[in-house]
Design a binder for this molecule. Structure first.
Ligand code: ATP
Ligand code: MG
Length: 413
């Protein structure tokens, strides 16, 4: 099939917005005799006037050939073999054109059969993600009608949606991610397929879904995303307790957190919350309700912090266990952070009589989460300020250690 070629005068992509290292990498591959294009999310984002998060390259060079060409290259993945070019913290993904099978609806376990550029876009998920950009000629190469769909803000799968979702159920989450992020209109057949295939979501890799969930919490559109995940019943399959709370109980409490998080992410100079803080926002209102019930049952005997810590740990397992395995490091941070909330404002007699900063470096996370709560509930602001002052004084007096909060803050996960 001949692709549609869209010239610069029509698409108007400003090449200066493309990462110079990505342009150089494409150039190097071409000089070595390979075909190479920019592809996928970065082209979609540029056409939608958004800043791309990462730049992906698609090429005729095999992973080993890419490795020979670039000193900063490592090869990763078994299910999907891929070259990573590393530039400090930044990574460019270089994938070899591969051929998929869009006719069979069984789960894809491996995707490493090399193919032509056309075959490579046809195995991609949505038309909006299937456009190549020839960065030397500054021309778009479109086999799937993605350019028009982007202009119409229309979202549909490449090929038969029922087959494409059964092959890889993560695509259903990706559909909602693009709907949430860009407010696209979803093709009715694709929507129908999502409704019919939603329970298959549990067949996919929990790690890939967790990654998409974290990416969405960091995207600035988390509220829209969680709303759609709930509406289409995907959340019910993955995180039933959260879904139930959102639909039947004080769901607005979680949505208020997400709203605030989206706002913080969009503020240019505010540091972005860490993943442990983001995911805790989904849990805190449910946890708080449970603990308060506990106190109501046995008045006058509020659980001490050690007991709360145990409850929090069990609670996190109970929420995620049906499907996810929360990485140990994030779970440990969530436990500290959520438990700290009851040090900052005890369950009974919510005024703190004595401010004492605990020795754990993770206390900083608890305070950060409390700050988020205070943004939602201004009555907490004075308490936050008291604790924050005490913590600042504590840091001034404390000898420097290897796990200082600054170090801590810089880590994203
Ligand atoms: P984001 O902006 O969140 O990174 P993205 O579309 O760029 O979104 P990536 O995970 O970076 O997502 O994937 C890069 C490209 O690979 C996509 O644009 C799409 O063309 C293709 N792709 C990703 N996941 C799938 C999938 N599950 N099935 C088919 N193609 C996929
Ligand atoms: Mg991407």
């Amino acid at each position: 099939m001949r692709p549609k070629k869209i010239s610069k005068s029509t698409h108007k992509i400003d090449i200066s917005l493309v990462d110079p290292d990505a342009l150089k990498a494409v150039h190097k591959l071409r000089q070595a005799g390979y075909t190479a294009y920019l592809v996928g999310g970065c082209i979609r984002d540029l056409l939608l006037n958004q800043k791309p998060k990462d730049f992906d390259i698609s090429t005729s060079a095999k992973p080993e050939e890419v490795k020979k060409l670039f000193r900063n290259c490592i090869l990763i993945g078994r299910r999907f073999r891929l070259a990573h070019l590393r530039y400090g913290r930044k990574i460019l993904e270089v994938s070899t054109f591969r051929k998929g099978d869009n006719e069979t609806d069984s789960l894809i376990l491996e995707d490493n059969v090399w193919g032509t550029p056309e075959e490579d876009v046809i195995r991609r998920d949505f038309t909006i993600n299937g456009i190549f950009f020839d960065s030397e000629l500054e021309t778009l190469i479109d086999y799937v009608g993605g350019y028009e769909d982007i202009k119409k803000k229309y979202l549909h799968t490449i090929g038969e949606p029922f087959i494409r979702f059964r092959q890889d159920p993560v695509r259903m989450i990706r559909l909602l991610k693009f709907e949430a992020r860009f407010g696209l209109e979803v093709d009715p057949k694709t929507r129908q397929a999502l409704l019919e295939c939603r329970s298959e979501i549990v067949k996919s890799s929990q790690a890939r879904i967790l990654e998409e969930l974290f990416k969405m919490l960091e995207s600035g559109s988390s509220k829209n995303f969680v709303t759609l995940m709930t509406k289409y019943g995907l959340l019910e399959n993955l995180l039933p307790e959260i879904s139930h709370f959102l639909e039947h109980k004080e769901g607005h409490e979680i949505y208020n957190f997400l709203d605030e998080i989206d706002m913080i992410i969009k503020e240019p100079h505010t540091p972005k919350p860490t993943r442990a803080i983001l995911i805790s926002a989904l849990l805190f209102p449910i946890l708080d309700e449970k603990l308060k019930l506990h106190v109501e049952k046995i008045p006058g005997k509020p659980p001490h912090l050690g007991l709360i810590q145990k409850e929090v740990s069990l609670f996190i397992d109970q929420i995620f266990r049906p499907f996810f395995h929360m990485p140990k490091r994030i779970k440990a941070r969530m436990v500290t952070l959520l438990t700290s909330q009851y040090r900052l404002t005890p369950l009974e007699d919510r005024l703190v009589k004595r401010i004492r900063i605990p020795q754990t470096p993770e206390f900083y996370l608890g305070l950060e989460f409390f700050k988020l709560r205070a943004r939602l509930e201004p009555a907490l602001l004075t308490t936050y300020e008291k604790w924050n002052d005490a913590y600042t004084n504590y840091l001034k007096k404390k000898p420097p250690s290897t796990t200082s909060p600054r170090r801590f803050r810089r880590r994203r996960k």
